[in-house]
Design a protein around this ligand. Structure first.
Ligand SMILES: O=C(O)CCC(=O)C(=O)O
Ligand SMILES: [Fe+2]
Length: 324
């Protein structure tokens, strides 16, 4: 993959100066916390930790499913990933358990539903029609980051959707600002020394023009089973693995809005014969579902007909069909 880079055009001194102490504090929540409290924390800080989100035997099984794929390394010819970072992309095709227990985690999905569901309306002649587009999977990746890996550059994962953020002091009272939410579940301890994800609290409120500053970062240290949840507009990056013998192992995914192109092309990255065997609710999370109004159809039908031709003309998901 290749892109061209331009020299930094913006000077941090053009913006109100910030110190790490002035940034919002990163909150940690138990897995049974009130979802509204987690949403509130994300609006303020952009990221938070969910303690004991995934049980250890589940992590062990997912690791067992994925480990055999870790040698089929995908190379990256730019300066974004060090060579010590191995990524198992299309993770949920390698571990069905990761689909159910990582991507479909109830806390993560509840938060995604709140931030990433789009509610809109349109005129169809003289009829005013309400419409809802639900979130879908953007990518699923297992990261195995070995000793010696250098620190990734700070970035916003919303970049692939060409966002253009303005600087705000408070999270707006609508959900049009964010296009993604990340979920990084630690399968092994993620520590300061082995390169725990660093991020800039509050940077989801920044203008696109404000450059990220290393001195403002804090690291999301995690114990196995803990998860870091983050709006994709937050500046973050994997940090250097300065140990000699510790692998940082993460099971991660992002969700995005239902009408956007998925960063990892789910229809091509996940083999159909594997997706066909997945439960319907997982197929729908992957994107085999219509985004109202009329986005994603195949032969004027729900895209799940590709997985199961017997659904042709029998699906109930294309709710707008009779409006056409
Ligand atoms: O390694 C990490 O902790 C984060 C990785 C990341 O941000 C990315 O690959 O986009
Ligand atoms: Fe990232």
């Amino acid at each position: 993959m290749s892109t061209t880079t331009t020299a930094a055009a913006t000077d941090p001194s053009e913006f109100a100066p910030l110190t790490v102490d002035s940034l919002p504090k990163v909150q940690s929540f138990p897995v049974d916390a009130d979802i509204q409290e987690i949403i509130k924390a994300l609006k303020i800080t952009g990221g938070c930790v969910i303690k004991n989100a995934v049980a250890k035997p589940i992590l062990a099984q997912i690791e067992k499913d994925i480990r055999p794929h870790l040698n089929s390394e995908i190379t990256w010819d730019e300066d974004f990933f060090p060579k010590e970072t191995k990524r198992i992309e299309g993770m949920i095709a390698k571990s069905p358990l990761a689909a159910e227990e990582i991507v479909n985690h109830s806390v993560y999905q509840a938060v995604c539903n709140e931030f990433l569901t789009s509610r809109n309306w349109y005129w169809s002649g003289s009829k005013k029609v309400d419409t809802v587009s639900e979130p879908q999977l953007n990518n699923s990746i297992c990261f195995s980051i070995a000793p010696g890996a250098w620190a990734q550059p700070l970035h916003r994962d919303s970049w692939c959707h060409h966002t253009y953020e303005t600087e705000v002091t408070e999270y707006p009272d609508h959900y049009n600002r964010d296009v993604g939410i990340g979920w990084f579940v630690a399968a092994k301890p993620a520590t300061r020394l082995n390169g725990a994800t660093r991020f800039i609290p509050g940077s989801h409120l920044w203008s696109k023009d404000r450059p990220p500053q290393e001195e403002l970062t804090v690291q999301a240290e995690l114990q196995p089973g803990d998860a870091f949840m983050m709006l994709s507009s937050c500046y973050h990056a994997g940090s250097a693995n300065k140990t000699t013998d510790e692998e940082r192992l993460l099971f991660s995914c992002f969700m995005t809005k239902g009408f956007l192109r998925q960063e990892e092309n789910q229809y091509l990255a996940l083999p159909h014969d594997i997706v066909r065997k997945m439960p319907v609710h997982i197929q729908q999370l992957i994107g085999y579902k219509l985004s109202q109004p009329y986005c994603g159809w195949v032969d004027s039908d729900d895209p799940r007909v590709v997985l199961d031709p017997s659904l042709k003309n029998a699906t109930i998901h294309y709710q707008d069909k009779n409006d056409k």
